[in-house]
Design a protein around this ligand. Structure first.
Ligand code: SAM
Length: 264
């Protein structure tokens, strides 16, 4: 087959460092009969060693040329190829039972993809993703740190997350301009309390972080007043980055009760 020319628009940076590949597969710890979905298999750097340890693997891939290569290399009884956009893929459609999800993700869609995946939290045992290191830093950031924001709150609400591997640009071909890291995400339902309405939580967190330098009082004007903050024991003079995940959940639940289902 001819050499594949990496496509920038699909975020194609292919892993070539065998030590990094082994470390990822070891971290995923696949058991033969596990249901595993790989996002963006590309030229198969992670796909091949995963298939050595699995009876069957699902992949989601958007690039038609790559799909054709995968079809010619792997028989359908070993590899199910879901051709299309991972952002629109129904990860629950692969069948019942717990899922492991893995991928060296296209960096240009990583944030929307993480939000999409968060919706399948209940079905998932664990997820392992290669991402831009800067994104992983934001995912695992603690309150009151510069990296703590909407992504931290909305993902930490659902997942225990840990950076397990730092990966330099030369582990890829072509090398990306930024450092990368592998993150492990394990669903932990209810760790930070349970949101009565997740859409409202998302809306409250978005509004709270609308302007990082402003206080909660200012960012949430029209939504929460002094009495609301007092009832929750939250200082309205705090900046959004100072509020822990569980307080965002309490705030959103309180505002839900106050405003009712229809208004945010
Ligand atoms: N897993 C391979 C590796 O580690 O060498 C390739 C990783 S490369 C960073 C990202 C892969 O995701 C590419 O194969 C690309 O075609 C695919 N991809 C990009 N956008 C996608 C999308 N929206 N849905 C599914 N796959 C996508």
């Amino acid at each position: 087959m001819t050499q594949h020319i990496p496509r920038k628009r699909f975020g194609q940076n292919f892993l070539q460092d065998t030590r990094v590949i082994e470390d990822i597969v070891r971290a995923v710890r696949p058991e033969r009969t596990d249901t595993v979905i790989e996002i963006g298999p590309g030229l198969g750097a992670i796909t091949r060693p995963l298939l050595d340890r699995l009876d069957h693997l699902h992949v989601v891939e958007i690039d038609r040329d790559i799909i054709e290569r995968l079809r010619s290399e792997f028989p359908p009884e070993r590899l199910t190829i879901h051709a299309g956009d991972a952002l629109a893929f129904d990860f629950a459609s692969v069948g019942p039972g717990p899922l492991k999800i893995v991928g060296n993700l296209p960096y240009n869609i990583s944030t929307p993809l993480l939000f999409h995946l968060a919706g399948f939290g209940q079905r998932v045992t664990d997820m392992h993703f290669m991402l831009q290191k800067e994104v992983v830093d934001r995912m695992v950031a603690a309150p009151s740190s510069a990296d703590y924001g909407r992504l931290s709150v909305m993902l930490q609400y659902r997942f225990e997350m840990e950076e397990i591997l730092a990966v330099p640009p030369d582990a890829f071909w072509p090398p990306p301009k930024v450092d990368s890291a592998v993150v492990r995400m394990i669903p932990l339902p209810g760790r930070a309390g349970v949101a009565d309405d997740e859409a409202r939580l998302e809306d409250t967190v978005s509004r709270a972080f609308a302007q990082r330098r402003k206080t909660l009082r200012n960012n949430l004007k029209g939504l929460a007043d002094e009495a609301d903050f007092a009832a929750l024991g939250i200082d309205p003079g705090l900046r959004p980055e100072n509020l822990p995940v569980e307080d965002y959940v309490r705030l959103s639940n309180h505002l839900g009760k106050k405003h009712g289902k229809s208004g945010a």
